[in-house]
Design a protein around this ligand. Sequence first.
Ligand code: SAM
Length: 242
Amino acid sequence: MKIINFKDTLKEEASKIDISLNNNILEKLEKYKDILIEWNEKINLTAITDEYEIIMKHFIDSLELVKYIDSSKKVIDVGTGAGFPGIVIAIYFEGKLDITLLDALNKRINFLQEVINTLQLTNITLVHGRAEECAKMKEHREKYDLVVSRAVASLPVLLEYEIPYVKVGGSCLIMKGDKVDVEIEKAKKAFDVLNAKLVNRYDYSYFVDNEKYIRVILDIKKYKETNSKYPRNNGQIKKNPL
Ligand code: SAM
């Protein structure tokens, strides 16, 4: 679908989900989109190239999450990829919230550094590394109020990656699709072993070309310290998920 004006369309779609975007935020999101499209021709950042689809599937989807974020918190986006939802959160809460973006792929970290430089974002720390390895490091372990992520791994694997980053009493907001109920069922042991609990879920949906996309944000609380043996190494996690 052809977009006549990116900012107008994004503003209008955001207002439909009760999110108001000022001009400064719209300008920065548009620049981010421009760099994304430019770099996507050289390195693989996203399979979505249509501007309206980018608005709905990347920007509006990420903005759904800001409704549930308390801006005073220390946040990490694990497996941020091209920066969804992390860059959108950073721009939306610029000046209020600090966010760390972590990814295992260095070329995506380089892209994110370019976005940070061009947009002069001062509230982002980039980390290049594997989630299960960085979670063992003193500077990351149980240091975050909130962990967010989208499209990184199945729920049991994701919980093992992410719960170790969360302070006791803190949360994870995990973005999932319509198969979430099966994943929740399969993650029972992981919740138990990692001292975490599903406390809420926020269901939403959007349409692109008359197709309905059903999405869910899982709100997970950590109520007790994580045993130091978690996360296990990548091989063990993959071979024998919790
Ligand atoms: N969150 C982004 C989004 O929704 O557009 C990216 C999703 S992409 C499908 C998954 C990303 O997670 C990739 O950039 C990949 O490098 C990263 N990833 C997967 N497993 C990881 C791990 N164990 N540690 C760090 N990053 C990981």
